[in-house]
Write a protein that binds this ligand. Structure first.
Ligand code: NDP
Length: 457
């Protein structure tokens, strides 16, 4: 009766993992992708962004750090087309690997748009209709552009930034979240004059305050102009520049403007109403803990459900779905204590509760924290500091949050995440012998409780 056991809409991280796992359990699976196999992370997100982050570090390393170790290095310059083309080649290589893996798993690939036409029915852009026992929506998200900014069509988003013909001399970035902060640092590192326009007072809302303070200060220390309590009203094209009019009357002139104001679940035109699938006000598909929608045959994973919008989460949600539906082993994705990183400079690594949230949840908590100059910078005048912080529940001494700003913080937090996920105590951290000399050894040698409460700048 059904042509496929599973039809997946969207070949990003969540959709691809779900397809391959379902196929490995014996299901007959098809997947549709309207753009490029790999989705946001591989094509225009985490992967190309990380390459730009790497690229952005060289100038400072060569101009400031290397000479402090005695290296004499001459003039350097960035060949942007070469960098951009190398990244594109790698993205294409990875996308091809994703396709090959799907093929090798026996998953049929439709490289065209698919929409839901009923609880078991999918309609492809070519007009073909396919009946499937289950449908999985993994269509991801797309940058949000507010409708009240005049001339917003002149702005780019993180989708376009990887394909620029030339790097602009200057850019205004609107926003203060993951993408705005990461691109502010990396573009500055690539030599672009960056201005960040943010509606709040301190970037990275939702993160621990110490992370927010340090990253915010670091933006300014890196000579990124940060305009807070500001919103953009209008963007106009002048002869050879863009004019950005802020609501407070100030005007900025820049070569490029990028919007990084969050991402919306990609559900418009998906035909969800044809199967009466419920969505939240922002378009996110509502799902239960097994990623099932209100319709028994339709599931959804990843950014389109707007739970925790991170690649490894979508992957795990996809795997949990496949196990639940096709392997007779229900798995509910656990969204607690997910470690994450912000690739600022220095980067952020964080897992568990912020100090603020832990206080609200548990009342009494102990804070251990340190700020220090990394050994590597000892010879230079680079004033970058490392911040490490443990949030400990006073009643049982369980470490409920770890927050790091400093070189390699994302690598460190991956390992610390295991300890926090499994509820280890401060004493168990302390019983772990340090690795010396490292930055991370501070995490197992913090002795004194922190008493002074700082406020946001
Ligand atoms: P975020 O939700 O992180 O940040 C959105 C920013 O835009 C916030 O600073 C917000 O302000 C501001 N904002 C929202 N609406 C408006 C508005 N109408 N006017 C002015 N400012 C506004 O979204 P991003 O776009 O930065 O990133 C999207 C998602 O992608 C992230 O949430 C994350 O899940 C994922 N991501 C993860 C990365 C990683 O893991 N390293 C890297 C990049 C993206 P306010 O703070 O006041 O709400």
């Amino acid at each position: 009766m059904y042509e496929y056991d599973l039809f997946v809409i969207g070949a990003g991280s969540g959709g691809v993992r779900a397809s391959r796992m379902a196929a490995s359990y014996g299901a007959k699976v098809a997947i549709a992708e309207e753009y490029r196999i790999g989705g946001t992370c591989v094509i225009r997100g985490c992967v190309p962004k990380k390459f730009l982050v790497y690229a952005s570090h060289f100038a400072h390393e060569i101009a400031v750090i290397a000479p402090s170790y005695g290296w004499n290095i001459g003039e350097i310059s960035l060949d942007w087309p070469k960098l951009r083309n190398n990244i594109e080649a790698e993205v294409s290589r990875l996308s091809a690997i994703y396709s090959r893996n799907l093929n090798n798993s026996g998953v049929a690939i439709f490289e065209e748009r698919a929409e839901i036409a009923g609880p078991h029915l999918v309609r492809l852009a070519s007009g073909r209709e396919i009946c499937a026992k289950y449908i999985l929506v993994a269509s991801g998200g797309a940058p949000f552009i507010p409708s009240d900014i005049e001339g917003a069509e002149l702005a780019i988003t993180s989708n376009e930034i990887f394909h620029l013909e030339n790097l602009p001399k200057s850019i205004v970035i609107n926003g203060g979240g993951f993408i705005a902060v990461e691109f502010a640092f990396l573009l500055k590192g690539l030599g672009v004059d960056v201005t960040l326009v943010y509606r709040g007072d301190t970037v990275l809302r939702g993160f621990d305050d110490d992370i927010r303070i340090d990253v915010h200060n670091e933006l300014k220390r890196k000579h990124i102009r940060v305009i807070t309590h500001a919103t953009i009203k209008k963007i106009s094209k002048l002869e050879d520049t863009l004019e950005i009019s802020l609501a407070n009357g100030e005007k900025l002139h820049t070569g490029q403007i990028m919007m990084a104001l969050g991402r919306n679940p990609l559900t418009t035109g998906l035909g969800l109403e044809k199967a009466a699938v419920e969505t939240a006000q922002n378009g996110a598909i509502k799902v239960d803990k097994y990623s099932k929608t209100n319709i028994d045959s339709i599931y959804a994973v990843g950014d389109v459900t707007n739970r925790v919008n991170l690649t490894p989460v979508a992957i795990r949600e996809g795997a949990a779905f496949a196990s639940t539906v096709f392997n007779n082993t229900p798995i509910a994705m656990d969204h607690t204590n997910i470690a994450s990183a912000v690739f600022s400079d220095p980067p952020v690594g964080t897992v568990g509760l912020s100090e603020h949230d832990a206080r609200e949840m548990f009342g009494e908590i102990d804070i251990y924290k340190t700020r220090f100059r990394p050994m590597r910078l000892a010879f230079s005048d680079d004033e970058t500091r490392v911040m490490m912080k443990l949030v400990v529940r006073a009643a049982d001494q369980i470490v409920v949050g770890v927050h790091i700003v400093g070189p390699d913080a994302p690598e460190i937090i991956q390992a610390v995440g295991i300890a926090v996920k499994h509820g280890l105590t401060k004493q168990q951290f302390d019983e772990t012998c340090a690795v010396h000399p490292t930055m991370a050894e501070e995490l197992v040698t913090l002795k004194d409780k922190f008493v002074f409460k700082e406020s946001l700048p």
